[in-house]
Design a protein around this ligand. Sequence first.
Ligand code: ZN
Length: 105
Amino acid sequence: MSRPIGFHHTEITKGKIGIANFGENNGMWKGDLAKYKETARERTQRRFPLKICERCRTKKGFDRHHIDSNVFNNIKENILILCRSCHMIIDGRMERLHAVSLLQI
Ligand SMILES: [Zn+2]
């Protein structure tokens, strides 16, 4: 007899698997003192709080532009806080977007 396609565990089995892999029994368990490690993006966001766009000075800046294009170079001098449209203009995305939309007409 072949196994049915799309076989699912029963709710009881799912519960058993959950208990068996909880806490210390989980392969990813890092111990009681495990701490949440912030990502590079989160660290950058903490170090460079949002402000007004440095290019148009009208909209709120949500994007961090790396002047030398190196996303790992997060020194203050290499970061420009930009709104999304200014960021897309500066890094050339806006031009490419227009090129693509012209092709589709
Ligand atoms: Zn702007």
